[in-house]
Design a binder for this molecule. Sequence first.
Ligand SMILES: C[S@@+](CC[C@H](N)C(=O)[O-])C[C@H]1O[C@@H](n2cnc3c(N)ncnc32)[C@H](O)[C@@H]1O
Length: 247
Amino acid sequence: MRRRVCRRLRNRFQQLGLEDFASYTIYLLDHPDEWSVVDACCRITISRFYRDAQVFEQLCQALPSLIQLRQERRNSSLRCWCAGCASGEEVYTLKLIEHFRLSSKKLFLPLHILGTDVDEYLLSRARRGCYSKGTLKELPKPWIAQAFDVNQQYCLKSAFREGIQFEQQDIRKQMPDGLFHLILCRNLAFTYFEPILQQEVLRGILHHLVPEGILLIGKKESLPIDGNSQVIKLSSLGIYQKRTERI
Ligand SMILES: C[S@@+](CC[C@H](N)C(=O)[O-])C[C@H]1O[C@@H](n2cnc3c(N)ncnc32)[C@H](O)[C@@H]1O
């Protein structure tokens, strides 16, 4: 990753006719707008459907009790937010889980899924919903056969695009309105942000998560100590549940 970011930055300063990183640093002092380019160069956009399959297997086990709780509270749907959704892979993964794992059960609530990302180009790809084969390698094969039309790419059938919304948002500055029952923030804030920013983002996320709602972070990520007291760890793979009350 580091090498990839360095290569992008090198290409950028060469484009500007600069010789090395030191000259680029000086250029940045005189051109503060250039920081947005640096920001974009530092973004890692890799994602996959059903990324870290075991995590989603465990999520599938946790969802029925969440659905039961929401039914008891007379909610008509489960509001889900995928922060840093890249090209929609996680968003559609939830949609596939809804169809293949949840909808046949007695306990069921439709999912309303919001995907946000800072990168408008990735969001346009997400809205298109077409992917290369490699992106699907962790998905159960029968799901691929049923959910995608295959041409040059694998494109999601229309039934798997319903109840989904994408919005451009920078999680450092903005979060969506309302409360969510399930929030995914994987391989973004808790890997790439400074500790203080991680704490701010976690505070914001927990503010938007209902009590007993589920938070998924990356499998290898951990939460900043600050917010830990507000959640219960359900799994070592990054699945948490918000406590009913602050302790
Ligand atoms: C490594 S990808 C992870 C994608 C997905 N969550 C996953 O785990 O497969 C990180 C994503 O976060 C997005 N991102 C980076 N900075 C962001 C920010 N400040 N606000 C919102 N999204 C951001 C990137 O554009 C990218 O799509």
